[in-house]
Design a protein around this ligand. Structure first.
Ligand SMILES: [Ca+2]
Ligand SMILES: [Ca+2]
Length: 282
C-alpha cells in the first residue's frame, strides 16, 4: 500500500498493525514519521512562501502617510529658495597648474583638502568683486618680481608674469575699495604653480588706511603670534587654483588688508590676485 501524506490513511494503518509483520510495521512507522516531518516542513515552507512576501508587500502600504509625507518634504525642499534670496557670487577660477594636493607638508594645524570643488558661496544678488582695478598699497613697494597693481588686475593665472613677489618677513598689502562696501567674501590667491602653505595669513577690514579705526579680523592662522597681531585659530591651508575664500559675513568697510610671512617653499611673499565680493553700502 502506498503511503500518502494523508492523516486518515495513517490512522487506518496504525490501527491495524496485525496485518504487517513486525519489520514491515517498523519500516512503515519510520516512513510515517519521515512523511510527517516532510509534511510539517512543507507547511512551514508554504507559510514562509506566502506569508513573508505578503509582509513585504504590505509594509509600504501600511505607511502611506509616511510616503506621501516624504514626497511632500522633497517637493518643499526643492521649492524653497536659498536663504533670504541669496545667490552664488560670480567666481571665475583660473586654470589649475597641478592636480591633487600633496600631503607631505610638515605644517601644523593644516586644513584637510575638501577632495572636491568648493560649494558655491551665497550672497545677496548684485554682489560683485569690488577690488577689481582698485588701488593697492604694500609694505614692500618695490617688489622683487611684478608690480603691486597685479594684485587687482583680474589676472589669476599661476604662470610666471602673473604673480607679484614681495620680500621676506611679515608683509602686507592693503586694498582701498574707495567707498564703503558690505563685504561678503574675500577670495585670494597667493600662488598656485605648486602646492604651498603660506604662513601668518591674516585678513582684516578697517575704516581707515592705517588700520586704526574699527579693525576687524576675518582670518588669522598665526598660531604663535609671530606677527604680533594676536594668536589666530584658523587653519593653515594649501594654495590651489580655487584660491582661499574667507567669509566676511556682510561686514562694512572700505579697506582690506592681507598679511603673510613666507611660505613652505621659501621666505618670500606672493600675490596673484585678491577679490573682495561686496555691495556698495547704502
Ligand atoms: Ca592678478
Ligand atoms: Ca606664525
Amino acid at each position: 500500500m502506498e503511503l500518502t501524506a494523508d492523516n486518515e490513511i495513517y490512522k487506518i494503518n496504525i490501527e491495524s498493525p496485525e496485518t504487517f509483520c513486525a519489520k514491515e510495521f517498523k519500516n512503515k512507522m519510520q516512513t510515517i514519521r519521515f512523511s510527517s516531518h516532510m509534511k510539517i516542513s512543507a507547511v512551514l515552507l508554504l507559510t514562509l512562501i506566502f506569508f513573508v512576501p505578503s509582509c513585504k508587500k504590505t509594509s509600504p502600504q501600511s505607511s502611506p502617510d509616511k510616503t506621501q509625507s516624504d514626497n511632500s518634504n522633497a517637493q518643499t525642499a526643492a521649492e524653497v529658495p536659498p536663504p533670504a534670496g541669496l545667490v552664488p557670487i560670480p567666481i571665475e577660477l583660473p586654470n589649475p597648474m597641478f592636480v591633487g594636493t600633496p600631503q607631505d607638508f610638515k605644517v601644523s594645524n593644516l586644513e584637510k583638502p575638501l577632495g572636491k570643488l568648493r560649494p558655491p558661496f551665497l550672497a545677496p544678488p548684485g554682489t560683485e568683486n569690488a577690488a577689481f582695478l582698485k588701488t593697492v598699497a604694500a609694505t614692500d613697494d618695490v617688489p622683487i618680481i611684478g608690480e603691486i597693481e597685479m594684485i587687482t588686475d583680474g589676472d589669476k593665472q599661476a604662470t610666471d608674469g602673473s604673480y607679484v613677489e614681495l620680500g621676506p618677513f611679515l608683509q602686507s598689502v592693503t586694498i582701498d575699495l574707495q567707498a564703503d562696501y558690505d563685504i561678503y567674501a574675500v577670495l585670494l590667491w597667493h600662488y598656485h604653480q605648486q602646492a604651498r602653505v603660506y604662513y601668518d595669513v591674516i585678513v582684516q577690514l578697517a575704516d581707515d588706511p592705517d588700520f586704526i579705526t574699527n579693525v576687524r579680523t576675518l582670518f588669522n592662522n598665526d598660531s604663535d603670534n609671530s606677527s604680533g597681531l594676536g594668536i589666530g585659530s584658523d587653519m593653515h591651508y594649501v594654495e590651489t587654483a580655487e584660491g582661499k575664500l574667507i567669509d566676511a559675513k556682510g561686514a562694512r568697510a572700505r579697506y582690506v588688508r592681507l598679511y603673510s610671512n613666507g611660505n613652505s617653499s621659501n621666505e618670500l611673499n606672493h600675490y596673484i590676485e585678491v577679490e573682495v565680493f561686496g555691495k556698495p553700502a547704502k
